[in-house]
Design a protein around this ligand. Structure first.
Ligand SMILES: NC(=O)c1ccc[n+]([C@@H]2O[C@H](COP(=O)([O-])OP(=O)(O)OC[C@H]3O[C@@H](n4cnc5c(N)ncnc54)[C@H](OP(=O)(O)O)[C@@H]3O)[C@@H](O)[C@H]2O)c1
Length: 293
């Protein structure tokens, strides 16, 4: 199968392209003219064909898509990318007779959330309305939070301070999947002609209380479980922070946006269930594995 990957110079897209290549697919990576040439070279060295294309002008896109069965999008950005550039890619895929489109979702279950609960998820909902109206089938991959976020530092988990901070219920289970596992599963879904329109996965599910206990066990030093407040308090913080920083509307991950993700996870409203983890043979990385490393 020929699979076209958009966003292959990115963290997730590169992993998806590699997983597809390893599975024997013919992979074409769409690379924009301004992309880092070293990243394009790295893709080519892995045997991935690259096509330099500006999605908005569309020049060369129909040629790149001519033999494709599936388009996988791993684009990242705000409205101009998730809605405009991704829609240009979708329209070209329909025009070229591509059978299936995998949108750049890779998120918590935003299908359960209302508009306004998460700005970045609202962009994906808007794109999904276009996808639903297009004459092409689709598969959305929903994986919760990337597990690596625990190692970058997020409000939930502070390794230096040895704290795990939560809002609401300390026993609420939170969904995490590594980027490698998300990419491997997405590649399997791209090659699966019977894949449904949504696949939900979670490499691991862990609560704030369990995360504190696990971290204490792995480091030999206790981690404090800190209650930051209730979920209404978190909602109030999001509103105040957003209103007082209008300039941050053009940022992908301002503080209020990160807090929206936390609210979606800690409220359990975007919890992934039922899971499709067993659909393909996978060895899921657990939070214990990642933190131990
Ligand atoms: N669940 C989670 O916790 C989580 C966390 C992070 C990301 N994600 C999701 O994973 C997906 C990929 O994110 P990522 O972290 O891999 O992103 P990333 O590393 O920033 O890569 C983004 C990719 O999109 C390309 N791109 C951006 N704007 C473009 C445009 N206008 N035209 C063409 N290409 C464009 C970039 O190309 P250049 O190399 O040229 O810039 C790059 O290849 C997104 O849907 C994101 O929301 C999920």
């Amino acid at each position: 199968m020929t699979i076209v990957v958009a966003g292959a110079t990115g963290k997730l897209g590169g992993r998806i392209a590699n997983s597809l290549k390893a599975a024997g697919a013919d992979v074409i990576a769409l690379v924009r003219p301004e992309s880092d040439a070293a990243k394009t070279d790295a893709l080519q060295q892995q045997g991935i064909r690259t096509a330099i294309i500006d999605l908005m002008s569309g020049d060369g896109l129909s040629t790149a898509l001519a033999d494709a069965s599936v388009v996988v999008s791993a684009l990242q950005g705000l409205g101009p990318v998730i809605i405009d550039a991704q829609s240009a890619l979708l329209d070209a895929a329909v025009e070229a007779g591509v059978q299936r489109f995998i949108p750049s979702d890779y998120a918590a279950d935003f299908t359960k959330l209302d508009e306004g609960e998460n700005r970045n998820f609202d962009l994906r909902k808007a794109f999904h309305r276009r996808l639903a109206a297009a004459e092409i089938s689709s598969t959305s991959i929903l994986n919760g939070a990337f597990m690596e976020l625990l190692t970058y530092g997020m409000p939930l988990f502070d390794r230096k301070a040895k704290t795990v901070t939560y809002w609401g219920d300390p026993d609420q289970l939170l969904d995490f999947t590594t980027m490698d596992d998300t990419a491997a599963f997405t590649a399997a879904a791209a090659l699966d002609t019977a894949a449904p329109d949504i696949l939900r996965i979670a490499g691991d599910q862990i609560s704030a209380r369990q995360l504190a206990a696990l971290s204490g066990e792995l480091t030999g030093a206790p981690f404090e479980l800190v209650r930051a407040g209730d979920l209404d308090g978190l909602k109030g913080y999001i509103q105040r922070e957003r209103q007082s920083h209008p300039e941050s509307e053009t940022e992908e991950f301002p503080r209020w946006q990160q807090a929206q993700y936390m609210h979606n996870m800690q409220s359990g409203r975007a919890k992934l269930s039922p899971l499709d983890n067993e659909r393909y043979p996978m060895r899921w990385t657990k939070v214990r594995d990642l933190l131990a490393r």
